[in-house]
Ligand binder design. Structure first.
Ligand code: GLU
Length: 273
């Protein structure tokens, strides 16, 4: 099968060194394999995404020399496709409407970013049948009890994640009627025929969740390559808010694309120390 990769920025801010790092690896792997590389703008969240960030991301990628094939795909235009996938998951009994509020869930483990959703809080099997649309309620994937997800990462080797220990029932559709990241990314990677997903190692647990979605949808999983995250000199992980390290600022400060890609590489090495 011919290699097909993708670059998938979320336009909630300007690209930074971490993106330059992941996207340059994705680009290199696709080109070295003699394969294709698609661009998908993950602009589903209307409150956080802005079209000027999408335009800036495309401009920055081009300036860095990271080209892609064909026209960009915008997730905001693919709602019907996501709805179909929601429907399939619902028909298969894999998802359920969740009636617990975010506040209730966060009180379970106030210091954790994402507490594990307790199995006892699931709504009973069959509740989903009363819904013809996802709107108005959060939808969660029913993680099979004790599910062990083992996969061979092309960069990290064997990775293992365990359901209800590393993650619990996760969101596939938000009550504000926006498909959740896990559903959208799997729906699109499947539809676009992606053979290898290159992404940051911060998404390893998401990958385990996504493998469950592929299985539920009866689809083949792509290969995965998780990249080391880029850290600053103090060893702190970069985030969109990290000042001074956006591609734009570095470019304005006179850095060349080669220098920026080298800085990204050094940042990955620091993260491994
Ligand atoms: N859009 C995601 C991000 O910017 C990446 C999605 C993925 O690689 O699956 O973090």
């Amino acid at each position: 099968m011919k290699y097909l990769g993708r670059l998938a920025p979320t336009p909630t801010g300007y690209l930074h060194l971490g993106h330059a790092s992941t996207f340059s690896i994705a680009h290199r792997r696709a080109r070295e394999a003699g394969g294709g590389l698609l661009l998908r703008i993950e602009d589903l969240d209307p409150l956080r995404c802005r079209s000027e960030f999408a335009a800036a991301a495309m401009e920055d990628l081009k300036w860095l020399g990271l080209d892609w094939d064909g026209e960009p795909v915008f997730q905001s235009q693919r709602r019907n496709h996501f709805l179909e996938v929601w429907q399939r998951l619902k028909s298969g009994g894999h998802i359920y409407p969740c009636l617990r509020s975010r506040r209730e869930i966060s009180t379970l483990a106030p210091h954790e970013e994402e507490p594990i959703f307790p199995i006892e809080w699931r709504t009973p099997q069959g509740t989903a049948e009363g819904y013809s649309k996802p709107r108005g309620v959060n939808w969660r994937f029913r993680v099979p009890e004790g599910a062990v997800l083992r996969f061979h990462d092309q960069n990290l080797g064997l990775v293992e994640k365990v359901g209800q220990r590393d993650f619990g029932d996760f969101l596939v559709w938000n009550r504000d009627d926006v498909p959740a990241y896990e559903l959208a990314v799997v729906a699109d990677d499947m539809a676009m025929g992606i053979t290898e997903v290159v992404r940051g190692a911060d998404l390893l647990t998401s990958t385990a969740r996504q493998i469950l979605l592929y299985e539920a949808l009866g689809a083949r999983t792509p290969a995965f390559f998780h990249c080391a995250l880029v850290c600053d000199k103090e060893g702190r992980r970069l985030a969109k808010r990290s000042g001074g390290l956006s591609i734009r600022e570095l470019r304005e400060a006179g850095k060349t694309p080669e220098e920026i890609l080298r800085m990204a590489e050094v940042g990955r090495i620091i993260s491994k120390l």
